[in-house]
Design a protein around this ligand. Sequence first.
Ligand code: F6P
Length: 540
Amino acid sequence: MTARADPGKAVLAATRCDRTAAWAALAGHFQAHGRAFDLREAFARDPGRFESMSLEAPEVFADLSKNLVDAATLRFLADLARECGVEAQRDAMLAGAPVNNTEHRAVLHTALRAPRGGAPFGAEVHSVLDEMLAFAETVRERADGAASGRLRHVVNIGIGGSDLGPQMAVRALADVAHPGLSFHFVANVDGADLASVLARVTPPETLFIVASKTFTTQETMTNAESARAWFVAQGGTRIEDHFVAATSNVEAAARFGITRTFGFWDWVGGRYSLWSAIGLPIAIAIGADRFRELLAGARAMDEHFAHAPVERNVPMLLGLVDVWYRNFHGFTSRCIAPYAQALQRLPAYLQQLEMESNGKRVDRSGAPLPFATSPVVWGEPGTNAQHAYFQMLHQGSDTVPVEFILLGRSSAVASGISAEAVERQHRMLLANGLAQSQALMQGRASTDEPHRDFPGNRPSTTLLLASLTPRSLGALLALYEHRVFTSGAVWGIDSFDQWGVELGKTLGARLLPLLQSASAGVASADLDASTAGLLRRLGA
Ligand code: F6P
């Protein structure tokens, strides 16, 4: 039976990566050439290295040439992908097989950006999309209306995937956002988060979006209840005009008292949900046409991922290089350095995408894995990052692969500063980004002053976007989704569950009553000494 005929089988039948011939070949290759690989020598040896190791994907040009790989490494990694059935696993996911096997669910965020008839569930997806985009346009009209009763604020209440994606994208596309609307994102159960937003808004001017796939998440429900109580206490009327929900639990939203709900489905994972109703703040910010452009950019990357051969498949190659660094070089983290202030929340978004997806230590069948999985993903926009932790990247004791994201054109809105200043500053920004990847690679020897010595040979990838548009952002984000899929598929893990968040939730629910009553002294007999001691210090 072919993988396409029974896609679910392809997933479970995949060979564990460290038992493949390609893994053994990579291990041998690492000993012989990988450990001592020198980027400077590689460029000197091969004048065509940049051309052969840089690739075009939709909207994204990817320069992999400053990575610690040669042609043989990439060949063995492509073999690894084939032996691990990455392509068959990809096809299974795209066909709607239940590849999230611990939750018995399909994984179909790609269906959210497919044209009608282009993927499973097209009718449902497009019906909600049309409805949501029509609503987004009415909100934008309310923001254009007469001064009295005009909408000025959108407050998204959600956490994790129901916060990070929309927040990141709204900030990224601020240059094309509705100028009359301010967007606020409340995630933390720390009341300071909600309070700081409520201090800046008034009920008649504000639309609250309660965004929660499950509509049970403690932080979101608590913030939503507090926001509703504030709305009523401030004399707000017509809750139905000021509170809407994005959720797959439509009944729970109705019980909360929200009449206008945009639904989605259990086959959309939280961290993959910005393309669904969870993207409502994005749609309000940039409007229906541009939201469709965002989806189209992601769709173009989906097509590339689905059809490009492994050797030219940019998300697959990036995911495979991640495996090479994690499992053979032993690098424990990867730094994301977007040279674009508009992408300031991208590292946080990617942390959830990658670490919640691939931070697992058992395979799909529950068997422990004897090799490392997700790296720590972290970062900040450049140039700020240069003045904070780049010291460690250049001269620290660890090698941290860095990902530079550069834009051909500035995404600055030229209204605040002159167009000439925008251009000049953008050239400085680019010079900085390019210089950092160059410095990491080249290094600079200083034998008499060791503190001035830069060892160099530190790897980086550069992703180049002509400009930051809804379309290129969509493509970039889909590229990351598929890259995370690729390394997860090689490792044989379920990249789509998140059981690791459960225990903390359960224990938190047990501790809460102790902090709310004076009974802690009695109940804390069941607790470890540290937690009990800390509770006492907190006066519980
Ligand atoms: O705590 C983990 C998590 O389930 C994430 O995966 C998710 O994005 C977040 O919580 C929020 O969940 P929900 O959208 O259901 O409120």
